[in-house]
Design a protein around this ligand. Sequence first.
Ligand code: ZN
Ligand code: ZN
Length: 306
Amino acid sequence: MLRVTFLGTGGSLPTPERNPSAVMVNREGELMLFDCGEGTQQQMMRAKTGMKALSSIFISHFHADHMLGIPGLIQTMSFHGRTEPLKIYGPHWVHEFARILSALGYYKLRFEIDAIDLSPGDVIKRDDYSIMVLKTEHSIPSLGYALVENERSGKFNRQKAIELGVPPGPLFSKLHRGESVEVNGKVIHSKDVVGAGRPGRKIVYTGDTRPCKAILEASKDADLLIHDSTLANDQQDWAIESMHSTAKEAAVLAKEANVLKLVLTHISSRYSDDPSQLLKEAKEVFDKVIVADDLMELDIPYRDRT
Ligand SMILES: [Zn+2]
Ligand SMILES: [Zn+2]
């Protein structure tokens, strides 16, 4: 399973329709949050994402609309008896942020907060995927993130293996793992019965940014690009000054990167209840685009290049 739930899709401020930034990724039962704006925990409850399996929070930058939800969320998790450490990743200042969290008010967390300071180019390697840390262009130190799954082994041709005399059973597993096996004095190689490696899935989350090179490069052929889309074309000057992107700029980048799907988020309050102008301007450039709504869920399937 690779499910993305948009918990907060508003830009800079909460509105009646939109919470500030937060995106939950559920990968095979592990939960990861990308940003955690005010009210994120209630959105998690509404979306029924669960909380217990939250392993990590990745902060794009320390503007209030991307991190004010953390103090409340960690208190709730502690109240529910969490004891497993929680990793909070972010740009420079994340250690100070974690220190302030632990000094805030009269509560004591039952679990450790493990703060990890990231720089562009860092790669967090996990068992089946990596998180690539991307340089973004915002008004304060900021990062984007790409979740990139490891390549999966190729498809196993069962029929061919049987034809080559391999009996179904443990030898099949060996061949699928890339090993050679010997049957009646004949060596059968893995490549004889296993196809080419198949790509994993890739999701890119920009946080707040101007369109930029690192996002473009990381987004090549991505399954999903979640891009800052704060403003419409007629506000481009303000987008440049405030270091955000317009919907059209996000679409131009998505097209160049050949992404499978673009989701526009961090929607300014001026379009909060009607983002149709953003969608229209993006669609003129790139039609595989939608505007995120709060509590929207997307399942990201494998797309096998057979
Ligand atoms: Zn923001
Ligand atoms: Zn910001």
